[in-house]
Design a protein around this ligand. Structure first.
Ligand SMILES: Nc1nc2c(c(=O)[nH]1)N[C@H]1C(S)=C(S)[C@@H](COP(=O)(O)OP(=O)(O)OC[C@H]3O[C@@H](n4cnc5c(=O)[nH]c(N)nc54)[C@H](O)[C@@H]3O)O[C@H]1N2
Ligand SMILES: Nc1nc2c(c(=O)[nH]1)N[C@H]1C(S)=C(S)[C@@H](COP(=O)(O)OP(=O)(O)OC[C@H]3O[C@@H](n4cnc5c(=O)[nH]c(N)nc54)[C@H](O)[C@@H]3O)O[C@H]1N2
Ligand code: SF4
Ligand SMILES: [Mo]
Length: 727
């Protein structure tokens, strides 16, 4: 379909819907917001088109200023709970993601050898026919399970899932095992829910952050909440082997030895239990397994944890007491990317349990404000075919407590290489860059080599597309519709603020076209994007025009879990499970227990990774604005350590792990422990189609050895040890 949506139309719609004054000029959002609050102006008359950011998965609401069909400025939408009027640096630079000179604007078909980067432009007809034909050939020869599908969380994912499950493949890879499996599986086992802890309570006075670098690994609203809490005088204790921006703002920075967070938290639990500092009525009413936990915790004293963590016993005891005293206005944040060590599941369980013991439920842990889709309608569709093939990623046969929709991506990759328990032959990759994001890049390229056919859907020629046979160009997030996003009692829209450039198309369009060619049209029963959204809105009695004009629809009040309502948990026992029978039944410890993580040998360093504020993962380094404001990626090393090795700031060094070697310049700094080095992720690109980013820095994925937490399936990203010498 073509989208005929101009600013003039927008103003017409906005004015008609609001019945308010339509202004012919642009007003900055903050001024518009003030005018709106004072009743002078409706927000829809601000001259900015509301939509949603996609520079990271937080998806803040935005207002796009468009002049003569070009986006000239992006601002935060004050009406959106994630942005609250703000966009982070990546969000503000988002227009250069749309105007990247390296955008892929036509379907591409490979003409050279894999990895040579030679493609020719093709029509959509030809490209889609080719993809469908290859998928059908693979299905016919080897069964549907020989097609692997993978995608990182995005709004059109329900349609992607329709494609793969209707096609009949069980093999679905997501980014989750590279990111938050330990936290999610821990919360599921403990509370029966996935929701991570969020900072939100106005009285919150004590916050324990375990490697959650909120001032650089930004989620605007949560980062704001932390800022506000600090302004109010809340105490923030931050554990990280690096002195990050969050460390700089914390009340106390504890440069813990990597992987020893488990020892630290077990010792906190030991003090809180043995000194009876926990919330006794809450624990007796709401939890099961306290006795078993108490027995297990006995050896884990602060004196025991001190040499392991590098944190004095008195400090651990004091923090335990302070934390309990601040309860219920105390929060132990689970963290987000919790894929650090093979013991990370137990670390996460200890954190989940720490929150439970002080009874901060409903005060600092909430399920409110989460994305729910139950209120929205959807096009009708038949049930998926029954799929009996085993999953290649070991779920559930090797990872019995990992949910199917979360999976173990690195294991999927490894079993593609091994051809075990069967050989995969095709890979459909959407909005993801596994060539960079999974550990051991060489092995991911080996997995690509096993494929008869690879198709990617992206907006640029990312490193994975570089190795694919067909590239399907998606319209950028400023050029397309996506399915709606319900948050609490509101529903938000992503809508095109400009026409798509070139031949780029929305995922909604691409998946429907492919579905039809695969004989799966019944799973894509919508005429076009707007029709899909109208079907979603149908049960709500809200028109698409209203949502487009305001950026969201306010639904009638839905009851929220309030602080006073009786909590309930969807665990097998219906209680918070300090001891989990589910875990015990499949042979894992039912209570968190000490498992010592591997440590580097003499002369080796822990290789740390972690986000920087100016970039998202492996997909934004080519953005010209972000490139301009990013620091040169270097290998951080403790300055004293560097001096003792005869290395100076700015030296070129060779970094070697068990599986790879890279060269990079050194940053000698006091901001990191002596036994660690740190490399910014997202550099050292393979794709020469990224003309801005190619040639900059080095890839930590080329060094990372694949270790997997046996319980949560999370990849252990801090467990790679390296040596460093002058290059
Ligand atoms: N700017 C920006 N913001 C982002 C993202 C982005 O790419 N860029 N990505 C988003 C996503 S998908 C995620 S998952 C979140 C991730 O956000 P975070 O959970 O904060 O994760 P990271 O930044 O990957 O790593 C955080 C810190 O963990 C430290 N660390 C490493 N090993 C250990 C250890 O053993 N113990 C302790 N205590 N600390 C350790 C690292 O030094 C690093 O500073 O950020 C989100 N926000
Ligand atoms: N070494 C190391 N590895 C890590 C991490 C780390 O910190 N260090 N972090 C881990 C974490 S937390 C995560 S979440 C994963 C992320 O791993 P991935 O999801 O594989 O990485 P991204 O860079 O987020 O990939 C996003 C891709 O989407 C493309 N893209 C952007 N916008 C659009 C769009 O509108 N449409 C389409 N179709 N494509 C688009 C980008 O060009 C990019 O290629 O990586 C994990 N791996
Ligand atoms: S946190 Fe930043 S990049 Fe992520 S959605 Fe919000 S503004 Fe966009
Ligand atoms: Mo992530």
């Amino acid at each position: 379909m073509t989208i005929n949506f101009t600013r003039r139309d927008f103003l017409k719609v906005g004015g008609a819907a609001a019945g308010a004054l339509a202004l012919g000029h642009f007003i900055p959002p903050r001024v518009a917001e003030a005018a709106r609050l004072s009743g002078i102006l409706d927000a829809t008359d601000s001259g900015y088109i509301p939509s949603m950011c996609e520079m990271c998965v937080w998806r803040c609401g935005l207002l796009a200023k468009v002049e003569q069909g070009r986006v000239v400025k992006l601002e935060g939408n004050p009406d959106h709970p994630h942005s609250r009027g703000n966009l982070c640096p990546r969000g503000q630079s988002g227009l250069m993601n749309t105007y990247d000179p390296d955008r892929v604007l036509n379907p591409l078909i490979r003409v050279g050898k894999r990895g040579e980067g030679l493609f020719r432009k093709a029509s959509w007809e030809e490209a889609l026919d080719l993809v469908a034909q290859n998928m059908l050939d693979i299905k016919q020869k080897y069964g549907a399970e020989a097609m692997v599908f993978s995608s990182t969380h995005n709004l059109s994912q329900p349609l992607f899932e329709n494609l793969l499950y209707a096609f009949g493949s069980p093999n679905y890879g997501t980014q989750r095992s590279l990111c938050f499996n330990a936290m999610i599986v821990s919360n599921l086992m403990t509370y029966g829910m996935e929701e991570p802890a969020r900072i939100y309570d106005d009285n919150l006075s004590y916050i324990l952050l375990t490697g959650r670098n909120l001032f650089e690994a930004i989620s605007t609203s949560e980062t704001h909440d932390l800022s506000a809490a600090i302004d109010r005088g809340a105490k923030v204790v931050y554990l990280d082997p690096r002195f990050t921006k969050t460390a700089a703002k914390a009340s106390e920075w504890l440069p813990i030895k990597p992987g020893m967070d488990l020892a630290f938290h077990l010792a906190l639990l030991n003090v809180i239990v043995n000194e009876r500092l926990y919330n006794i009525p809450f624990v007796s009413l709401n939890t099961i397994g306290f006795d078993k936990l108490q027995v297990e915790l006995q050896p884990y004293t602060p004196a025991w944890a001190a040499p392991l963590t590098g944190i004095a016993a008195e400090t651990i005891t004091r923090i335990a007491r302070e934390f309990a005293a601040a309860a219920p206005h105390a929060l132990a944040h689970n963290g987000w990317r919790t894929s650090n060590f093979i013991n990370s599941f137990h670390t996460q369980r200890a954190i989940s349990i720490l929150n439970a013991l002080v009874g901060n439920w409903g005060v600092t842990l909430t399920g409110g404000g989460s994305e729910e889709s139950s209120t929205l309608g959807a096009p009708p569709q038949p049930p998926y075919p029954r799929i009996s093939a085993m999953r290649l990623d070991g779920v559930p046969w090797k990872y019995p407590v990992v949910p199917l929709k979360i999976g173990v991506f690195q294991e999927l990759r490894d079993n593609i290489v091994k051809g075990d328990p069967y050989q995969a032959h095709g890979w459909f990759i959407a909005r993801q860059n596994p060539a960079m994001s999974i550990s051991d890049r060489a092995r991911t390229l080996e997995a690509f080599g096993k494929m008869d056919f690879i198709v990617t859907m992206d907006i640029i020629l990312n490193d994975t597309s570089w190795f694919s046979d067909v590239v399907l160009p998606e319209a950028s997030y400023l050029e397309r519709y996506d399915p709606l996003v319900p948050i609490g009692d509101q529903v938000f829209i992503r809508q095109p603020v400009i026409e798509p450039q070139g031949e780029a198309k929305s995922a909604l369009w691409i998946y429907r076209q492919l579905g039809q060619r695969l004989g799966l049209g019944d799973f894509f029963q919508y005429i076009d994007e707007e029709d899909y959204l109208r079907q979603e809105l149908a049960p709500l009695g809200v028109s698409l025009e209203e949502v487009k004009a305001k950026g969201y629809a306010q639904l009638s009040e839905t009851p929220h879990a309030s602080e006073t309502s009786e909590p309930s948990w969807s665990t097998p026992s219906g209680k918070i499970e300090l001891y989990s029978d589910t875990l015990a039944k499949v042979g894992f410890p039912g209570v968190p227990t000490w498992e010592e993580p591997p440590q580097p040998a003499e002369g080796q360093f822990y290789l740390l990774t972690g986000k920087v504020a100016q970039q998202t993962q492996f997909g934004t380094q080519n953005n010209l604005l972000l490139h301009k404001y990013s620091d040169e990626p270097r290998l951080w090393m403790n300055a004293n350590k560097a001096a003792s090795l005869g290395l100076a700031d700015g030296d070129w060094v060779e970094v070697t792990s068990d599986i790879g070697k890279v060269n990079i310049r050194l940053l000698a700094t006091q901001a990191i422990r002596e036994d660690c080095v740190y490399l910014t992720p997202g550099y050292g690109h393979l794709s020469k189609g990224l003309t801005t980013a190619f040639g900059i820095g080095a890839s930590d994925s080329a060094l990372h050895v694949t270790y997997t937490d046996p319980i949560s399936g999370g990849q252990a990203l801090s467990q790679t040890f390296v040596t460093v010498k002058k290059a």
